[in-house]
Design a protein around this ligand. Structure first.
Ligand SMILES: Cc1ncc(COP(=O)(O)O)c(C=O)c1O
Length: 404
């Protein structure tokens, strides 16, 4: 008789965004005259930049002619894209990454979720708390954790690294040594960044203990301040211990087009085995390559015109972030993030829990955000707003919150 993967049953039922969606639908049904503004889910709102659209059209036309038609893409990605990424995202920043260390995919979520497959199920993972849920849930599914403890709001067998105002929302080295360390900077949900010195400490620690750092840099393009690392490979020794994930979703509005990549340096070896080789084997077996037209669109992001246009979009979102940050500060809120990331992390007022503040904001200001407790117990008492809305709605939302 067929049996299911029992590990899936360890996952608690209600997913954060479906719980939010349900509450918002109920509110709208009961209050049809109210205009609800959504600053909750981290999806972009600006259309794809003209240079990228031009490239998409050209690639679509190529597919319609026998002489330029393309079938299956190379499963690790087209050279035209891998070459330009290696040059513009890494070598230009002094990071020695070669094109064949870059694996093109349809986004960072799949890669972050799938990467654990190539590591032993005995490995112990460490994650930030609060955390982007994919890192934990994918390891639960694989059986790398114990069961969910309702009281603690955490899985047994996982090292949770508290991120709070005291440590600047960047984790301290834990007492117990993890095998796999998930780090995400700029961070979702807190909007925090890590300095190069602190990231270097993590790299040194991982090399010393034989751990691997899984570094999610999906929001790298939002870094505005100098001295903040854009890639973990800016740190010495990272080629021996780190894997990096990147995404075109927030960099160039590809949440609907789907494109990302993972970097695995060939120097990363465990038990004498090349991790790069294992991922290549896994990718080749289970993945048939990102679509040609989307990879051409990705290439256009690196052209002079494409770069300028996506920079403008990011500046638009970051202007929203500034308006939210300043608006909330002047209204007396304690706020974090929003400087190098499109997320603003605010302390809920008084003793309100994250969900109480959610209800308060929805009911009184008709604004939707994300309760911090949905990202882990250390998110309790915090709330996430995103800068991905349009300007008009962002300004109106902040005005409404100021009048609460
Ligand atoms: C930290 C982080 N990593 C990865 C992703 C997913 O990126 P993609 O759209 O490329 O799958 C997100 C999306 O919200 C994210 O916040």
């Amino acid at each position: 008789m067929a049996k299911i993967n029992q590990n899936y049953l360890k996952l608690p039922g209600s997913y954060l965004f479906s719980a939010i969606g349900k509450k918002v639908r109920e509110f709208e049904a009961a209050n049809p005259d109210k205009k609800v503004i959504r600053l909750g889910i981290g999806d972009v709102t600006q259309p794809i930049a003209p240079k990228i659209i031009e490239s998409l059209h050209a690639a679509v036309d190529e597919m319609g002619k026998a002489e330029s038609f393309r079938g299956y893409a190379p499963d690790l990605g087209y050279d035209f894209l891998r070459n330009i990424i290696a040059e513009k995202d890494f070598r230009s920043r002094g990071c020695e990454i070669s094109p064949d260390e870059i694996f093109i995919s349809d986004g960072a979520k799949c890669d972050c979720g799938n990467i654990q497959e190539i590591f032993s199920t005995d490995n112990k993972i460490a994650v930030c708390d609060p955390v982007y849920p994919v890192y934990v849930d994918s390891n639960v599914m694989a059986g790398r954790t114990g069961t969910y403890d309702e009281d603690r709001g955490q899985f047994d067998g996982v090292i949770y690294m508290p991120c709070n105002a005291q440590n600047g929302f960047a984790p301290d080295i834990p007492e117990e040594t993890p095998d796999l360390i998930y780090l995400c900077f700029p961070n979702n949900p807190t909007g925090a960044v890590i300095t190069k010195d602190r990231l270097q400490k993590w790299v040194d620690y991982a090399n010393d203990r034989g751990s691997v750092i899984l570094y999610d840099a999906a929001y790298e393009a939002y870094i505005s301040e100098p001295g903040i690392p854009h890639s973990i490979y800016e740190c010495k020794g990272a080629r021996n211990c780190a894997i990096e994930f990147r995404s075109f979703s927030k960099t160039a509005g590809f949440t609907g087009l789907r494109l990302g990549f993972t970097v695995i340096p060939k120097d990363l070896k465990l038990e004498g085995v090349s991790v790069h080789g294992l991922w290549a084997r896994r990718h080749g077996t289970k993945y048939n390559g990102a679509p040609y037209i989307i990879q051409r669109a990705g290439e256009a992001v690196y052209s002079d015109a494409g770069r300028a246009q996506v920079k403008e979009q990011i500046a638009y979102y970051m202007e929203n972030a500034k308006l939210i940050l300043e608006g909330l500060k002047s209204a007396g809120y304690e706020v974090y993030g929003g400087m190098n990331a499109p997320y603003i992390w605010l302390k809920t007022p008084g003793l309100m829990t994250s969900w109480e503040f959610f209800d308060h904001l929805l009911g009184r200001a008709n604004v939707v955000g994300t309760p911090g407790s949905g990202f882990g117990p250390h998110g309790e008492g915090y709330f996430r707003l995103t800068a991905f809305g349009n300007r008009e709605n962002t300004i109106e939302a902040i005005e409404r919150i100021r009048w609460l």
